[in-house]
Design a protein around this ligand. Structure first.
Ligand SMILES: [Zn+2]
Length: 296
């Protein structure tokens, strides 16, 4: 591992209309227009990131790429990383294998056509995975995934073939070469900030989010040297006035700390992989691979 003390990955899920259409199944033009604000937000965020010299990662559904090709091109022109984020923010587990392949390919095709990019990373819409997703991502050449929560501030290698039931022990599958860049709902802006009638109260004061996101950072910075602190933000959410001001303050707070580096998830993965080859990592992390699990 390098001597970086803590890496900060500022990640944005540029869902635009796709999350309201795909995840929330809305046919309501007003509801869907909330996603359109994501397009208003992108230039604000690009200016902020440029002013702070931050290279970020943007997870972009194919649906968004076709709707806002010039904005997605602008993300690439500004040097940010593009991450696969499904086709129209669907849950991969809602499909059979052929269907899951199809939405994966639709997303790849859109990002290639609009931005000329083959993404190294995948972040599932709403962080849902199917039991096939890891194998499919490996087959399609992805290096990393960013939807799971099995660690807080360190990456890990994902398993394939885990099985579970109510009447048997947990079965750990084989550890694969796909790297997980872990996320958590507690470092995501959507649950605390975004109001969704009947589902999500949102509308939390930015001061409360700021307190939480400082405290988790403080812990990571103190105790997780060489680790990675990943914030998941949504342009349509974080770029609204009070939250945008909070983000500015937060970035300044993080930057004040010794050894903090802002980088894309892909850049972090490149370095982490070199310092943590698969077999050596497996030997050092028996509980994350299930090596000591008992089969009665
Ligand atoms: Zn999303």
């Amino acid at each position: 591992m390098s001597d970086h003390r803590l890496s900060c990955c500022i990640t944005f899920d540029f869902d635009a209309m796709s999350s309201w259409i795909g995840s929330l199944k809305s046919n309501n033009p007003s509801t869907i227009s909330r996603g359109q604000f994501g397009a208003v937000a992108i230039p604000r965020l690009l200016a902020l990131l440029k002013a702070r010299g931050i290279r970020a990662s943007f997870a972009v559904p194919g649906h968004t790429a076709y709707a806002y090709p010039r904005l997605v091109e602008a993300l690439v022109e500004h040097g940010h990383e593009i991450v696969h984020h499904g086709w129209v923010h669907e849950n991969p587990a809602d499909f059979d294998e052929a269907g899951e392949r199809h939405v994966l390919e639709q997303g790849l095709k859109a990002l290639q056509r609009v931005a000329g990019v083959k993404p190294r990373g995948y972040r599932s819409p709403a962080w849902d995975l199917s039991t096939r997703t890891v194998d499919l991502l490996l087959e399609y050449g992805f290096e990393y995934e960013s939807s799971c929560m099995g660690h807080d501030f360190f990456p890990y290698y994902l398993r394939s073939g885990d099985r579970w039931s109510l009447d048997g022990p947990y079965h750990f599958g084989a550890t694969t070469a796909l790297i997980e860049m872990p996320v958590t709902w507690s470092l995501d802006d959507f649950p605390p900030a975004e109001f969704v009638l009947g589902m999500n109260t949102g509308l939390q004061a930015p001061s409360q989010m700021e307190e939480n996101w400082r405290a988790d950072f403080d812990y990571a910075h103190r105790d997780c040297a060489g680790g990675v602190f990943i914030l998941t933000l949504h342009p349509q959410t974080i770029a609204r006035g009070r939250y945008f001001l909070m983000l500015e303050r937060l970035l300044d707070y993080y930057a004040q700390h010794d050894g903090v580096v802002f980088e894309s998830m892909g850049d972090y993965v490149t370095r982490w992989k070199q310092g943590n080859p698969l077999e050596a990592w497996k030997a050092a992390h028996p509980d994350l691979t299930g090596a000591h699990a008992i089969t009665p």
